[in-house]
Design a protein around this ligand. Structure first.
Ligand code: CUA
Length: 187
């Protein structure tokens, strides 16, 4: 082997080594990005766990029987709202909640896929029959918010509207004193 040949094979070896080092770095970076994405994605998704329910038996027993729908003040001061969507209305059609309070919305569908969107907020979730959708929300201002169905659910879709009424915290506590489930239907 001449000196020139030895020199060029050392160059080739260095080039191959650089190439493999680059590939290794790309793989490591890709794996780190994947791990970061999976972590962030899970933390930001509204439903990191799946809860199921039987849509054909909602009205018979369990969490979504009619007498359990509406808003309830929990012992820790938080509020839980339970609602169902069906062609073509929400029950309750008017949801009443207090301002400045952590609220958990739990909802499902009795028939086809619907969606709940509260205008002017980032509350937006799908109601899929068989699954319970849970979303956390909090309102700073009192007032009325429109709540249209945001998922095409057949010919009556455009008429499927609900309302969220945010009232003063103390007023809500007053109304919750009697126990039971609160709504603002007919108000
Ligand atoms: Cu329900 Cu669209």
């Amino acid at each position: 082997m001449s000196t020139e040949e030895a020199h060029s094979s050392a160059e080739i070896a260095a080039r191959v080594e650089r190439r493999w080092a680059t590939v290794a770095v790309i793989i490591i970076v890709a794996m780190a990005l994947l791990a970061a994405f999976a972590g962030i994605h899970r933390a930001t998704m509204p439903q990191p766990r799946v809860e199921i329910t039987d849509p054909s038996r909602l009205h018979l027993s369990g969490e979504f029987v009619e007498s359990n729908l509406g808003s309830v003040l929990e012992a820790n001061g938080n509020v839980t709202v339970r609602a169902i969507g069906q062609q073509y209305s929400f029950t309750p059609a008017c949801i009443v909640v207090p301002a400045d309070t952590p609220i958990t919305l739990r909802a499902t569908s009795a028939d086809v896929v619907h969606g709940i969107l509260i205008q002017g907020t980032n509350v937006n979730t799908m109601l899929v029959p068989g699954y319970i959708s849970e979303q956390l929300m909090r309102f700073t201002n009192t007032g009325d918010y429109l709540m249209p169905c945001q998922e095409f659910c057949s010919f009556g879709h455009e008429g499927m509207w609900g309302k969220v009424k945010v009232i003063d915290k103390t007023e809500f506590a007053d109304r919750a004193k009697g126990g039971g489930r609160l709504s603002c239907v007919g108000q």
